[in-house]
Ligand binder design. Structure first.
Ligand code: 0O2
Length: 218
């Protein structure tokens, strides 16, 4: 099934047909997610075998719900009738590491694999968003073998530390809660919290470097 099918969103009046398209296409994205998650788990286990510690704290994944796709298209002013692949994070994997060096280490190990192709990289760790959001984002194409053909399935991977994830999860809830109060002051407070998280990440990284448990970031 082709990725463009979900993009050929008819008008909202034809919602039921979109919903059935979505059901079909979920399987395609879930297969890609399974591939990426398996790769990350193998890297984590190998690392544990060789170094007696895990660089990955947690792996989460999801196929974006149809409601979220439509919400995001509205938010970005993308017409629901577009045929372009405007929403690139329909399938997402979030990989959480204790340390910043491990975020980059795991990301490099993954994209060095022959069946994983980088489409885009956005490094919000080196260049955080204005609101303080930090994470390393990649969209990759991963090979998936089906019964009679191979497809390259696009997956968005967000690599973060535990501290970055703590901030982003809480900020997401505050910002997107339907009955929300989200003032300018709250935004400023959140930015301060993001700075505290960034400082904690740096300090933890320094401690880990000094202790010799990880290689310093170049
Ligand atoms: P959800 O509900 O988490 O899925 P592009 O895809 O390049 O056209 P986009 O989508 O803005 O532009 O890309 P970007 O910046 O890489 O962000 C994609 C996802 O990163 C978001 O998906 C969030 O998951 C996360 N993200 C980005 N910025 C922020 C932020 O400021 N705070 C938090 N908490 N998360 C952020 P969705 O669909 O917006 O949300």
């Amino acid at each position: 099934m082709d990725d463009t099918q979900i993009e050929m969103l008819p008008m909202l009046g034809e919602f039921s047909s979109i919903a059935s398209q979505y059901e079909h296409i979920m399987f395609y994205y879930e297969s890609g997610i399974q591939q990426i998650v398996a790769k990350l788990q193998i890297l984590n286990n190998e690392f544990k075998n060789n170094h007696e510690r895990n660089p990955i704290e947690n792996i989460k994944s999801r196929v974006k719900s149809l409601d979220s796709i439509i919400d995001k298209m509205k938010r970005k002013g993308i017409p629901l009738t577009t045929r372009k692949r405007e929403i690139k994070d329909k399938a997402g994997v979030r990989e959480i590491c204790p340390l910043i060096s491990e975020v980059y280490q795991v990301a490099n190990m993954l994209v060095n694999q022959a069946d994983v192709e980088i489409v885009t990289i956005k490094d919000y760790i080196k260049k955080p968003k204005e609101n303080g959001y930090r994470s390393l984002h990649m969209i990759v194409l991963v090979d998936v073998y089906f019964s009679d053909h191979k497809d390259k399935v696009p997956i968005e991977i967000q690599f973060r530390t535990i501290a970055m994830n703590f901030w982003a999860s809480t900020e997401h809830q505050l910002r997107y809660k339907k009955s929300r109060v989200f003032t300018e002051e709250m935004q400023q407070e959140l930015k301060k919290c993001a700075d505290i998280m960034a400082d904690a990440d740096d300090k933890m990284q320094n401690l880990a470097n000094v202790s010799g448990i990880v290689q310093p970031i170049e």
